[in-house]
Write a protein that binds this ligand. Structure first.
Ligand code: UDP
Ligand code: MG
Length: 313
């Protein structure tokens, strides 16, 4: 019997949890010689998500839960789940059924019969997401792949089946600012990608609003590329060069035509423009500095309020 640990981050998902459980159990029955270990991570939900988890745990000993003291974010939930999982294989799944449990069978077969350490998934479409979000995501992947050495696969989902040794390597990275897609890519290992068209959310709404997604994107860029830091230097050199040329032009012009005072409006425009560029560059440096600052504090990635494990002790 192979044990597969399934990590399910949940944030205000009371409607989705029972639906997910039902589907995953159906899938478990279809797969022979496999047992599941379910880890629901309650990421500080304000609804009845935790009660749903407790209910499932009482009736099914394969179900475990961890509950955070507040909302720490999906990345923290993934980390907590990876720490808790005991299975030979580990997988991460969204509770909204956008990662179809039916794919697990196929992924497990590939893992068993072929020489891979990770079976990862990417969705070919972004069904159920707004036009704005689709465009934003496309740009983001385009940009990050240009400036980062670690490859980020466009459309990659967190849904992936991993061997224990891969999980152990990911757990070694205890950084506070986590960007899992980058971390997965960073550890490497032989990965097989399977593609599918992701279905729309089963119930409830997306838990990622624009700002959450935006800061997640910044997390990815700052965490996996230092190219933006070089922008300040490059822009600085460029502007020095331009101003040098301009000085020469002005000297020559004054010597030949003895220019009267003029050009106040253009001067103001240039000042505004240059201070904008300077602030932008300082902002980029500030972004890296703040991430470094948070890392040095070594705060915990998550804090538990309760879990299914402690009551049994
Ligand atoms: N999630 C979480 N903490 C958060 C936000 C989301 O644990 O702060 C969980 C959420 O409950 C779901 C998964 O992460 O199981 C993916 O979230 P969602 O479906 O809202 O993201 P989307 O599909 O819109 O990218
Ligand atoms: Mg979703």
């Amino acid at each position: 019997m192979d044990k597969i640990s399934i990590i399910v981050p949940c944030y205000n998902e009371e409607e989705s949890i029972p639906l997910f459980y039902e589907e995953i159990k159906k899938q478990e029955q279809k797969m022979e010689s496999v047992v599941f270990e379910l880890w629901f991570i309650d990421d500080g939900s304000r609804d009845k998500s935790l009660d749903e988890m407790k209910k499932l745990h009482q009736n099914d000993k394969e179900v475990h839960y961890l509950s955070f003291s507040r909302n720490f974010g999906k990345e923290a939930a993934i980390y907590a789940g990876l720490e808790a999982a005991t299975g030979k294989y580990v997988t991460l799944m969204d509770v909204d059924l956008q990662d179809p449990p039916t794919l697990l069978g196929e992924m497990y077969e590939i893992m068993k019969n072929q020489d891979y350490d990770v079976i990862a998934t990417r969705s070919t479409s972004r069904n159920g997401y707004s036009f704005f979000r689709k465009t934003f995501t496309k740009w983001f992947y385009h940009l990050i792949n240009k400036i980062s050495k670690v490859e980020m696969v466009d459309g990659a989902r967190d849904f992936r089946l991993m061997k224990r040794k891969v999980v152990n390597e990911i757990l070694k990275m205890k950084e506070y600012n986590r960007y899992s897609k980058g971390l997965f890519s960073f550890v490497g290992f032989k990965t097989k990608w399977i593609t599918y068209e992701n279905p729309v959310r089963s119930a409830g709404n997306t838990k990622f609003n624009f700002w959450k997604l935006f800061s997640y994107a910044v997390e990815g860029i700052v965490g996996f590329s230092t190219v933006p830091l070089a922008i300040a230097a490059i822009v600085g050199i460029l502007f020095c060069f331009i101003s040098f040329l301009m000085i020469i032009v002005i000297i020559i012009r004054t010597l030949i035509w003895s220019d009267p005072t003029s050009g106040w409006p253009s001067m103001v425009c240039i000042m505004f423009f240059l201070s904008g560029v300077q602030l932008f560059c300082t902002g980029i440096i500030g972004e890296y500095l703040s991430k470094t600052y948070l890392e040095t504090k070594q705060r915990p990635i998550y804090i538990l309020r309760e879990s299914s494990e402690e009551e049994e002790e």
